[in-house]
Design a protein around this ligand. Structure first.
Ligand SMILES: NC(=O)c1ccc[n+]([C@@H]2O[C@H](COP(=O)([O-])OP(=O)(O)OC[C@H]3O[C@@H](n4cnc5c(N)ncnc54)[C@H](O)[C@@H]3O)[C@@H](O)[C@H]2O)c1
Length: 271
């Protein structure tokens, strides 16, 4: 049988595994035969997700862990290694925009609270950098592993209202390339780092800005879809293929890339 894309038996950590995107990826990894570690700051999210993964017949463990707390993650790392001895995959899906850091239609950048800017950049940049350091060290020392960060369309050209988020995700792009260089040159070709860049998917964080209460599209939605050749939003499950590919041997010569999954949004000028 052809197992080029197989990731069976690999130990995968999903930060933000209790959320929409991380949860969908965690379920896919279980269905592909991985052992999954769910990390999330919200206890209820962790417990519910682990239960769901186990009910799928998979092996899953979970930890309430803050991706901004390096010491706590080091303790979690020890517990993961005690249970499963290795870490093969890290998916950094903890993150997202925050209400205070998203400007309203009426606000300008001069109304932005600096504390909200700091919070959103901290979570969306350091919240992936720190797990890369804590869990990536295991991969570096064992000479193999695959890290996937989550970027955003807001890194390509300016998207209104989300300055902090855009800055942080742009940092993710260059950190992905930088870490790929660092680990590839110093720890061997089997330690790979890539990012996926989702286009527009309707999730808990952006539902209100994309969908009106009566179910119709907002003006913002219409602008997004006008620039999306496929003329629709993504289904969260449409990220699974690229994640499995990047974690598998099929991607053995791929590191430092940022791959859009966006229905063509990033390649279309809109004209
Ligand atoms: N949904 C989209 O359309 C979309 C598009 C582009 C990028 N993204 C990115 O994908 C990632 C996941 O987005 P989502 O839509 O699944 O969001 P989500 O809010 O559903 O999930 C995020 C999860 O991260 C957890 N989390 C938050 N802070 C944390 C912390 N400090 N430590 C540990 N866990 C923490 C939350 O509890 C939550 O379960 C984010 O980085 C987001 O920016 C999403």
């Amino acid at each position: 049988m052809n197992d080029t894309f197989s990731i069976k038996g690999k130990v995968a950590i999903v930060t933000g595994g209790g959320g929409v995107l991380g949860g969908s990826i965690a379920k896919h990894l279980i269905s592909a035969g991985c052992k999954v570690v769910v990390l999330d700051i919200r206890e209820e999210n962790v417990n519910d997700r682990v239960e769901e993964l186990k009910q799928m017949g998979g092996e899953a463990i979970g930890f309430v862990s803050n991706v901004l707390d390096v010491e706590e993650m080091k303790e979690t790392r020890k517990k993961i290694l005690d249970s499963w001895r290795t870490i093969d995959i890290l998916i950094n899906a903890a993150g997202g925009n925050m209400p205070g850091a998203t400007l309203t239609e009426e606000q300008t950048v001069f109304d932005m609270k600096i504390s909200d800017f700091e919070k959103v950049t901290d979570l969306n940049l350091n919240g992936s950098v720190y797990p890369c350091i804590v869990f990536g060290e295991v991969m570096a020392n064992q000479g193999k592993g695959s890290i996937i960060n989550v970027s955003s369309m807001s890194t390509l050209s300016a998207i209104t209202r989300v300055p902090g988020y855009s800055v942080a995700k742009s940092g993710i792009d260059i950190f992905t390339k930088w870490l790929a260089m660092e680990l590839g040159t110093k720890f061997g070709e089997k330690v790979r780092v890539n990012a996926i860049s989702p286009g527009f998917f309707v999730g808990d964080q952006n539902r209100k800005v994309l969908i009106n209460e009566d179910g119709s599209y907002t003006e913002r939605s219409k602008k997004v879809l006008a620039r999306t050749p496929m003329k629709r939003f993504g289904d969260i499950n449409e990220l699974n293929g690229i994640v499995q590919f990047l974690c598998s041997d099929a991607a053995s010569f791929i590191t430092g890339t940022i791959i859009p999954v966006d229905g063509g949004f990033s390649s279309f000028s809109g004209v």
